[in-house]
Design a binder for this molecule. Structure first.
Ligand code: ZN
Ligand code: ZN
Length: 456
């Protein structure tokens, strides 16, 4: 029997799933995985990638990204962001609705979708946002394929903040869509008060940002969001948790049967507030960096399942916006390209989590939560041919000139990380290899939310 010839075979690797690691390879044809097997059983292929004994992961799914276009193309756009994604092993990213205009209408949603379709080199999905004056739009956004909704509990520059009443109303409408709402959980009143106090005291050091936004602001808002979600019965996703102290609200609700989860980000798993002065504006993100105990506590929670997802919260601004005085800095950091490297280095290589757990929190669970599973997030027959090959031993100093950000800074500048993605494959096409970009703008596809219905 002659073997069928497929488009691409990746061989000589160690395939990592969420529960196993085994030697072999993957055959991809017409963008889909057609076989996962030992090398000797793989078909002939037009193209062959030799993984050279390295680990083959499902393509990384980054659910929390702010590309900033339309609105702030000087900071980032879909071409730059998706190239950085490809180089960082991310095969699907989900863009947040914090644009101008904000993604609160189907019109804005479709315009952004078109922009991304034209420019992205990897696949993408889109979040929507609630407009408190027009909550019915949420249902239309869900029909248009939004993977979820993002709400702010503090004043945000672009989106209207949700007071407690509006939050509850929003959650009730979100429940009808079956999607998650994610919230930025910080109490704006506490922050406003302490910011004013510190400004009056003449504080100009960057570390003051951690005092202006104390943990209690995050704990209060998290507990309030959880309480409202329990009342409304909707699915809730707390983004960028910076301290394990906020976890009991989430974990206890889950024990009671509610679908309430939390994510954290590489910067909270790496830096402490002592780093604020050294990092300057590059280290200002909200919530702010915390203490050593928070970093170790968050790792413990990633390991044991209390935290479900790691995302980048990639949210660049210009160098000018970063080099300002502490109170005028625009918050947010570049991160999509370094995310996987930080987690490989600080997580897997330091023995804090296994590669299987990494696959769970950075591919499979994100895909399941936000409606792209099993198309994305898993290496199995019928799924998209999205793979990220990683060299666990490669050690390299991070410098901005080797990264692909439009915004020329990274908080990880000068740090040496061990473990990196070496090949990124989207639907059977190599989009990045050894730090070089091969993907073309316009290759990336829009991935709409799709309810997972297991076949029986
Ligand atoms: Zn946020
Ligand atoms: Zn964010």
């Amino acid at each position: 029997m002659s073997k069928q010839t497929v488009d691409l075979v990746v061989k000589n690797g160690k395939i990592v799933t969420s529960y196993d690691i085994f030697e072999g390879g993957v055959a991809i044809d017409e963008g889909k995985i057609v076989l996962v097997a030992k090398d000797s059983l793989l078909p002939n292929a037009d193209n062959v990638v030799d993984a050279k004994g390295n680990f083959i992961l499902p393509g990384i799914v980054d659910v929390h990204v702010h590309v900033q276009d339309p609105g702030f193309p000087q900071r980032d756009d879909f071409e730059w962001a998706s190239k950085a994604a490809a180089a960082g092993g991310v095969t699907t990213f989900m863009d947040m609705p914090t644009n101008v205009p904000p993604t609160t209408t189907v019109k804005a949603f479709n315009e952004k979708k078109e922009l991304a379709e034209k420019n992205s080199i990897v696949d993408f999905a889109l979040w929507g946002a609630p407009d408190p004056d027009n909550l019915e739009n949420l249902k239309k956004l869900a029909e248009a394929g939004a993977v979820g909704f993002k709400g702010f509990m503090t004043k945000s520059v672009i989106l209207k903040g949700l007071d407690t009443g509006t939050l509850l109303e929003t959650f009730k409408v979100v429940k009808e869509t079956g999607r998650f709402i994610s919230v930025h959980a910080e109490n704006g009143e506490i922050i406003a008060l302490y910011t004013e106090k510190l400004k009056k005291a003449g504080r100009k050091d960057y570390k003051a940002i951690a005092e202006a936004r104390p943990k209690i602001a995050e704990l209060e808002a998290t507990s309030r969001a959880v309480l409202m979600a329990k009342e409304a019965g909707n699915k809730l996703y707390i983004v960028h948790m910076s301290t394990p102290d906020a976890l009991p609200f989430v974990v206890n609700a889950r024990k009671e049967g509610y679908e309430i989860y939390a994510e954290t980000c590489p910067h909270y798993l790496f830096f402490t507030k002592e780093d604020h002065d050294k990092l300057g504006g590059a280290g200002i993100m909200f919530p702010p960096l915390r203490d050593k105990e928070d970093v170790s506590g968050l790792w413990e929670a990633v390991r044991d399942g209390r935290i479900s997802v790691i995302s980048s919260d990639h949210s660049p601004c210009t160098l000018e916006e970063k080099n300002r005085e502490v109170w005028d800095v625009i918050a947010g950091a570049t991160g999509i390209e370094t995310m996987l490297r930080v987690i490989l280095s600080e997580g897997v290589n330091k023995g804090r989590i296994t590669l299987n757990r990494l696959v769970q929190v950075m591919a499979e669970t994100p895909a399941r939560f936000f409606g792209v599973y099993p198309r994305k997030g898993v290496i199995q027959v019928g799924s998209d041919g999205d793979l990220t090959i990683v060299d666990l031993k490669a050690e390299e100093k991070i410098t901005i000139d080797k990264l692909h950000y439009k915004a020329k800074y990274t908080p990880f500048e000068g740090y040496t990380l061990k473990g990196k993605p070496i090949v990124t494959i989207v639907r059977g096409e190599i989009v990045a290899k050894d730090g070089e970009i091969y993907g073309k703008p316009g290759y990336g596809q829009f991935i709409p939310y799709q309810e997972y219905k297991p076949s029986v």
